[in-house]
Design a protein around this ligand. Structure first.
Ligand SMILES: Cc1cc2nc3c(=O)[nH]c(=O)nc-3n(C[C@H](O)[C@H](O)[C@H](O)COP(=O)(O)OP(=O)(O)OC[C@H]3O[C@@H](n4cnc5c(N)ncnc54)[C@H](O)[C@@H]3O)c2cc1C
Length: 206
């Protein structure tokens, strides 16, 4: 089945979902958030190692040996969140059975892309390749290859080496634009796709 959704055309996305669809550099997004929050209350380079909730207050223990107390702790520390693991026994990430390979390329180098200003999904059996423009004037393309497998990946094996030549071969008969996209993707580094249960993510002051 082939399908297309006019993400930008005729205001379709905004009408369907109530807001526009944006592709953005993560650093641009972070800078925009910083502008709203201000830099005064941000401390960089702090790694949380442990969190205690006495009921009266929460204590945060940092890797540099310092600690802080707080009335309320909101964890935004990613899929391997120390905060989440403090409040739930079932918070460890679980492998989905899918993996990804990723890359970034200047749009100007990708002259075979039929629609460089669109979010494009190239779909085949057990795998698909995604490209979408980011940056000012669509300067870069984010490229992600998603594939079924491997069957098993342990929680601590986050990124694992892969056989780039064997994976490249799987796309030998795909559209020439996909071949050009793959030249900019590190097929030797497989990212496991993990997920966590949304249940039990709050307890007491955390
Ligand atoms: C290969 C890949 C490609 C992706 N591509 C896209 C994409 O194109 N578009 C998209 O929308 N999403 C994409 N995602 C998903 C997206 O990255 C995540 O959904 C999103 O980053 C989750 O945000 P988060 O704030 O929960 O966690 P994160 O972005 O992981 O942020 C967690 C933060 O907490 C910090 N941290 C972690 N542990 C500690 C600790 N103990 N102490 C202190 N700080 C800590 C980390 O350094 C980090 O800054 C992709 C994910 C992967 C793996």
């Amino acid at each position: 089945m082939a399908a297309s959704q006019p993400l930008a055309r005729d205001n379709w996305y905004r009408q369907e979902y109530g807001s526009p669809y944006y592709g953005a550099f993560r650093t641009d997004l972070q800078a925009a958030l910083l502008d709203v929050v201000g830099r005064v209350n941000i401390r960089l380079g702090k790694q949380l190692t442990r969190l205690d909730d006495s009921g009266e207050e929460a204590t945060l223990y940092w890797a540099d040996g310092t600690r802080d107390t707080a009335d309320l702790v909101v964890g935004a520390d990613g899929i391997r969140s120390v905060v989440r693991q403090t409040v739930s026994d079932t918070a460890l990430p679980v492998f989905t059975g899918n993996s990804a390979f990723r890359g970034l390329a200047k749009t100007a180098l990708l002259d075979r892309l039929p629609e460089p200003h669109s979010f494009t999904d190239w779909i085949g059996e057990g795998m698909h390749v995604l490209n979408f423009p980011i940056g000012k004037d669509f300067e870069y393309q984010t490229i992600v290859v998603f594939m079924d497998g491997p069957e098993k990946l342990e929680h601590d094996a986050w990124r694992v080496p892969a056989d780039a030549a064997a994976i490249g071969k799987k796309f030998a008969h795909w559209h020439p634009a996909v071949g050009q996209l793959l030249e900019h993707v590190n097929l030797a580094e497989r990212w496991g796709m993990f997920q966590v249960s949304p249940h039990g993510i709050a307890d007491g002051r955390c």
